[in-house]
Design a binder for this molecule. Structure first.
Ligand SMILES: [Cu+2]
Length: 64
């Protein structure tokens, strides 16, 4: 399981947006987002973290 810290999530809409963005990345599954902690978890093999970073950025948030 991978865990990333995300800056900028403030409500459930943000959680949905981040979840959707992560789910759109090939190889990522079982996405869970913790709004309070500002963290996202997912399963996935050979996931390029740079792709994750860019995808999150495009959704309007930032991987920290
Ligand atoms: Cu929000």
């Amino acid at each position: 399981m991978a865990r990333i810290k995300i800056k900028g999530m403030t409500c459930n809409h943000c959680v949905m947006a981040v979840t959707k963005a992560l789910n759109e990345i090939e190889g990522i599954r079982d996405v869970k987002v913790d709004l309070e902690k500002g963290e996202a978890f997912f399963e996935g093999k050979c996931v390029d973290m740079e792709i994750v970073r860019v995808k999150i950025k495009k959704a309007g948030y930032e991987v920290v």
